[in-house]
Unconditional design. Structure first.
Length: 209
């Protein structure tokens, strides 16, 4: 999507212990080895990488400051939407895709952060695209938002001022396609609203619909 549409877009990983989802691609495309030459792109480098992951004095299971390109640590502190909003301020072309863990969503900071849409100005600021990862469990028990009905969850986010879309399933191939189509739709909707605000001067906040 970024390549096809030449988007100015970044990704933030909010779920606790979510670093593998960032570390793996950064290693595979070579940046990690450039920054940390001992993690070379060969069997020995990969062995060192695996051995140090989530080990005392090694590589954190969150996106720690040592992670190349990281501006958000992630984890159960619940700051991913706050940081996403900060990144979008005064960056009118930027879209920040921020994945929220469902355990993380139960923290006070994250629960409050759903209100960031009241601070972002569509004329001068970029946009935040939250992705709530409702896998159903935090470390030791089921999560609250995964135990309510679609209707209740949808109305909760309408009340916060968002328009929710549900992407569900277990087959990887169909899930990739469904999520890609949904993200395409969301980005097109974001761009349309920004054009309307920047050409017609319609800056009034819209409620979720």
């Amino acid at each position: 999507m970024i390549a096809a549409n030449d988007l100015d877009m970044i990704f933030m990983a909010g779920p606790g212990h979510g670093a593998p989802g960032v570390l793996a691609p950064v290693y595979l495309e070579g940046t990690y080895s450039e920054v940390f030459p001992d993690k070379s792109l060969d069997e020995e480098g990969l062995r060192r990488f695996f051995k140090q992951f989530s080990f005392p004095g090694g590589i954190g299971s969150h996106c720690t400051p040592e992670t190349p390109g990281s501006i958000h640590e992630g984890g159960e502190l619940g700051y991913v939407l706050s940081h996403a909003c900060g990144a979008a301020f005064d960056n009118p072309d930027l879209i920040v895709a921020a994945v929220v863990g469902d355990g993380e969503a139960e923290t006070g900071p994250l629960a409050t952060s759903w209100h960031i849409n009241k601070f972002l100005n569509p004329v001068r600021d970029g946009a935040v695209l939250p992705v709530l990862n409702l896998n159903g469990y935090k470390i030791n028990n089921p999560t609250l938002l995964a135990r309510v009905s679609h209707e209740e969850l949808a109305w909760l986010f309408y009340g916060y001022g968002w328009t929710p879309y549900f992407v569900e399933g277990s087959d990887p191939e169909s899930m990739h396609q469904a999520l890609a189509a949904t993200l395409d739709h969301c980005v097109a909707e974001i761009r349309a609203l920004q054009v309307q605000a920047r050409t017609a001067g319609e800056t009034a906040r819209r409620a979720g619909r």
